[in-house]
Design a binder for this molecule. Structure first.
Ligand SMILES: C[S@@+](CC[C@H](N)C(=O)[O-])C[C@H]1O[C@@H](n2cnc3c(N)ncnc32)[C@H](O)[C@@H]1O
Length: 263
């Protein structure tokens, strides 16, 4: 695979303001008007996180709209990964939303945001129903990467932690979203100056071995319990990576050894 992955779009968040790298004029003319005029209301009535999520979704919808109304620049299927992973909006559409793993309260909250701010942001004939918009919000939340100034996931960080710095933006990377997570990743990632995510082997990787990244900053969550809780709360799954499996087996063994003789 190409060691870089382009985002569907990127948002740069600096000094509390949002700057889009692409599509800005189109988005503000066609789509963003509603959201940008409602920005201060949303920020007061909802959280800053909700505002960023909504803005990111509007940008995804603007990209979809622009793409579907313009002629394709080249024939789809030209690049090797496109057959399995899609391209442009199709690649976003092919991402998992994991609708059933989000808690009911979270889905209810997003349904309310969709009804209040997103209905009508995609114009006819490309309009989307509330259900389709909720699915896009779940896709955005499941597959978005934070952008950080330093590498995420090199192995030396486990012994010599170097925080990756503050997030300066976010982006949805449909191909990168196919990576599974490991608390002992064999691949590190970091965005380049064009917002493309660049992947670097963190150690030798054998042919056929699964390439794995970390979904979070491993320097911030070091123990098995901290990592498992973080993954469960923020990513809605239980991590069964090799490091968690090994540490959990070691913990079980210690627990058995501490039982009174005969049990
Ligand atoms: C963004 S997707 C990753 C790619 C996905 N496996 C695919 O086939 O497209 C994230 C999902 O992959 C699964 N996953 C990733 N890393 C995992 C891990 N370490 N342990 C268990 N499940 C994992 C979980 O179901 C998680 O919700």
């Amino acid at each position: 695979m190409d060691p870089t992955s382009g985002p569907y779009n990127v948002l740069i968040t600096a000094s509390g303001r949002l700057f889009g790298v692409t599509l800005l004029a189109y988005e503000l003319i066609i789509h963003g008007i509603n959201l940008s005029t409602k920005a201060s209301v949303i920020r007061q009535q909802e959280t800053e996180y909700d505002f960023i999520t909504l803005w990111h979704v509007v940008r995804l919808l603007a990209g979809r709209d622009l793409e579907m109304r313009c002629k394709p620049s080249r024939t789809p299927g030209q690049l090797p990964w496109e057959k399995d992973w899609g391209r442009h909006w199709k690649a976003v559409d092919m991402c998992c939303s994991y609708l059933s793993s989000w808690p009911e309260s979270q889905l209810k909250h997003w349904k309310r945001l969709v009804d209040s701010y997103l209905i009508g942001t995609a114009l006819p004939p490309l309009s989307l129903s509330a259900t389709e918009l909720l699915d896009i919000v779940c896709k955005e939340e499941t597959n978005t990467f934070g952008l950080y100034p330093k590498l995420t996931g090199p192995l030396y960080m486990i012994d010599q932690p170097v925080p990756r710095g503050d997030s300066y933006g976010l982006g949805l990377y449909p191909r990168a979203a196919r990576f599974n997570h490991s608390c002992l990743p064999n691949v590190s990632h970091k965005p380049d100056e064009q917002g493309r995510m660049v992947y670097t082997a963190a150690r030798e990787i054998s042919a056929g071995e699964e390439a794995l990244i970390t979904y979070f900053d491993l320097t911030q969550f070091t123990t098995l319990e901290e990592r498992q809780e973080h993954v469960q709360v923020h990513f809605r799954f239980s991590c069964d990576c090799s490091r968690c499996t090994q540490e959990s087996a070691e913990e079980n063994l210690l627990n058995i050894e501490s039982l009174p003789f005969g049990f």
